[in-house]
Design a protein around this ligand. Structure first.
Ligand SMILES: Nc1nc2c(ncn2[C@@H]2O[C@H](COP(=O)(O)OP(=O)(O)OP(=O)(O)O)[C@@H](O)[C@H]2O)c(=O)[nH]1
Ligand SMILES: [Mg+2]
Length: 440
């Protein structure tokens, strides 16, 4: 089948040692010839002079790699031009390619989309490529690599296969009520549906670990004015992210920093000190602080040691299981705080207790994100489809008529199929590939 042949700069734009331009499609070899290259053997890196098709001028002396369909990333004929990574070289080669008939620049995500359409990967694997390219921490990288290796695809395909089997058995029961079907067909199939429901429910019930690894764990620093919240975010980010001053009510907006904590992506938010105020702007800041506290996966509740043993009531009210409660300014404390198990005493001024705080913070983050051996759910799109599938399975199990149960099993199978992209694809394809950048 003849499709447009597409090309794009696959490496980052700008100056670099090497730039890679990727070409894919039926006219790939034509394009190489137009550039004055001898077509090399598949998968053999070959020195090549790239020439402008119209002027014959040499644009670069680089390396050429060709992959013959279907043994390529997209499943089509593919070539990679390894150029010197200078702006003029890149621009002139891209310009030369766009002048060749039937060859055009790729849309964002178009290479991966072709790989999907040519059955080189399913949607979860395509999404994992995008995640791997976006990964900023080891945790994100590890998870994306696992998903790219088919960990989710295999699980979802396996579930779908079992579901389709159960559906086939149910249809046999419906279509041949008078035949001598083994007695236990019906029991077996409903046992299978129950097993499947339990597996899906367990996968869904993972406290969003995979999604947290992928998009980051949200941490909010809350506390009364002047407790040292901004000093804490500055210490964690090792830069002056927020203004620190002895004036209570200094911070009003939510200030975010993105950090790599022990391989996990986290977003830490410094917030306005909690207190009753008439000032409308500070009041809005405090509303946002409370909103942040509510959204956060983990709270760092910071109390002001200068007022100890009095502890701010508004902050105390927000302390829950997912909170590390801290008393700052331990340098001002004359006695060690009582209830030491509940409160970690630190001084951001002297550094006392900071090491212990970091240790507890890392442990808390790990506990929130680590999913052990099981491959966790990584995207809301997957969660939605699985919830739909589970609801349909649960309806099927209590349906009054076999025909209604069969329809629900079909809906459940379709929901699983949407996950990997093998049914109802068109509508979700755009949503998945839209987030890709060009050249992927
Ligand atoms: N003695 C002492 N002072 C500290 C310590 N940590 C912070 N401070 C001081 O406490 C004051 C308030 O610190 P900030 O970090 O601005 O406090 P905050 O909680 O962000 O205050 P608001 O933004 O007003 O809510 C500053 O003058 C800091 O230098 C500490 O451990 N010991
Ligand atoms: Mg502050």
């Amino acid at each position: 089948m003849e499709t447009d042949t597409i090309f794009a700069l696959a490496s980052a734009p700008g100056r670099a040692g090497i730039a890679v331009v990727r070409i894919s499609g039926t006219r790939t070899l034509t394009a190489l010839k137009a550039l004055g290259c001898t077509v090399p053997s598949a998968r053999m890196a070959t020195r090549a002079k790239f020439k402008h098709p119209k002027t014959g001028e040499i644009l670069d002396n680089g390396l050429l790699l060709a992959f013959a369909a279907p043994h390529s990333f997209t499943g089509e004929n593919v070539a990679e031009l390894h150029l010197h990574g200078g702006r003029a070289v890149i621009d002139s080669v891209l310009d030369a390619l766009s002048g060749i008939e039937g060859v055009r620049p790729a849309e964002p995500g178009e290479f991966s989309r072709r790989a999907f359409e040519n059955d080189k990967m399913d949607l979860t694997e395509a999404e994992a490529i995008a995640d791997l390219v976006d990964a900023e921490t080891r945790g994100q990288q590890r998870q994306a690599l696992r998903q790219m290796g088919g960990a989710l695809k295999e699980m979802y395909d396996h579930w779908r296969h079992r579901l389709v089997q159960a559906l086939a058995h149910l249809e046999a029961v419906i279509d041949f009520p008078d035949e001598d079907l083994p007695q236990d067909v019906s029991d077996k199939l409903w046992g299978q549906v129950a097993d499947l429901s339990a597996s899906i429910a367990a996968h869904l019930n993972d406290s969003h670990r995979g999604e947290r690894i992928r998009s980051g764990i949200s941490i909010a620093i809350i506390g009364p004015p002047n407790a040292g919240k901004s000093s804490l975010i500055n210490m964690l980010s090792q830069r002056e992210a927020a203004i620190v001053s002895p004036t209570p009510g200094t911070t009003r907006d939510v200030i975010e920093v993105h950090l790599d904590l022990d391989g996990y992506a986290v977003t830490v938010a410094d917030t306005a000190g909690l207190r009753d105020v008439d000032d409308a702007i500070e009041g809005e800041g405090i509303r946002r602080a409370r909103e942040r506290a509510e959204m956060a996966d983990l709270k760092l509740a910071l109390f002001d040691g200068a007022t100890y043993p009095a502890l701010d009531a508004a902050t105390l009210a927000l302390v829950d299981q997912q909170t590390i409660a801290i008393i700052n300014k331990s340098d001002l404390l004359s006695e060690a705080p009582k209830g030491a198990a509940r409160f970690l005493a630190i001084s951001l001024k002297t550094g006392f207790g900071v090491e212990q705080l970091l240790k507890e913070l890392h442990e808390a983050v790990r506990a929130l994100a680590d999913s052990g051996a099981a491959m966790p759910l990584t995207r809301v799109r997957h969660r939605t489809a699985l919830e739909e599938c589970l609801a349909a399975l649960q309806r099927a199990a209590v349906a009054s008529e076999s025909e209604l149960a069969a329809e629900d099993l079909r809906l459940a199978a379709r929901a699983l199929g949407r996950l990997t992209g093998r049914v109802d694809v068109e509508e979700i394809l755009d949503a998945v590939f839209r987030d890709f950048c060009i050249g992927k």
